[in-house]
Design a protein around this ligand. Sequence first.
Ligand code: SOE
Length: 388
Amino acid sequence: MSKAELGVGMVGYAFMGAVHSQAWRTVNHVFDLPVGVRLAAIAGRDPVAVKSAAEQHGWASTETDWRALIARDDVQIVDICTPGDTHASIAIAALAAGKHVICEKPLANSVSEAADMAAAAADAASRGVRSMVAFNYRRVPALAYARSLVAAGRIGTLHHVRAAYQQDWLVDPAAPLTWRMQKERAGSGALGDIAAHIVDAAQYVVGDVLSGVSGLLETFVSSRPLSGGSGLSAASGGVGVGDVTVDDAAVFFGRFAQGGIATFEATRFATGRKNAMQLEIYGSGGGIRFDFERMNELQFFDGASPDEENGYRRVLVTEPTHPYLGAWWPPGHPLGYEHTFTHELRDFVTAVGSGEDPSPSFADGLQVQKVLDAVSVSASRGSGWVEV
Ligand code: SOE
């Protein structure tokens, strides 16, 4: 008997839309899901551009208004890949219409929007409608494995977390202004875009939440040209210059609720670092180090090994017994960035198909938003301590 199939409707088709599309096309064919998925429709305001995106990424049809997408009978899942200023309205409307929702990070542009989304998600869950926030780095097999090591007590009592997310795509002052540098669209800069990832990843791996932070935000280049550039810094047009109204970099430290302290650095100005996401975890009985540039590896120091032969050892996380890997290639055949999205959809669709709530929930997204907000408040008060 063939499986039931859920129609997916996606809003947005830029970088995240492209990578999510790839994952939607793949997830059915790699993992054995309780329900199938179909790429029903994609929505975007520009009719020509959305049509060409649909053809390129394999969507069956298009809409130019997300409300029409949500209203369709052949759409049961709504995937939100738009800038943060539209997340709350799309997600809340979709949940009210009984559609399961997966939403890109950060969940929203403010704590109050995120709280509204979490409340709508809790209400929808009571009606069997599921939601998830898309923190894809949780689905790096090496990080999922790191979490299991910490949970199994292999590093003992947590002392330190050192997390960094470094990019360099804004170091050139001639890089143009885009929505990612506008507070009303993106909410914040490096803070919401990439610190959100390392806050989520750190909390996920250690299995605890930050209880307070102290931070500093910096904007190195305060105005930028309105057109030019390529890739993430491509602007769609305009003349002259516009103001950058978000942070270019965020640094902060924090304390975990159950003990252990952490430092975080998120920047778009780390010259030469393209997408360097790093996490180090040190406990009384061991340590773990991860670098996304070597995402198939984990460095593990096992304090239980004899001193004379001990040191950080490189664990190649490609064995089928590691999280997510059984469905892919034989040992030693590594995965890449895009697989993390296939894994997140695997977990989302599995939960939806099994009638369970996926993780991370909108409530988890709200908690990350509270951490980001506490960093902003701290920075605005000269870096004083702020409870989360
Ligand atoms: C841009 O900084 C960006 O695309 C983020 O928005 C993504 O979440 C991250 O995975 C890569 O960098």
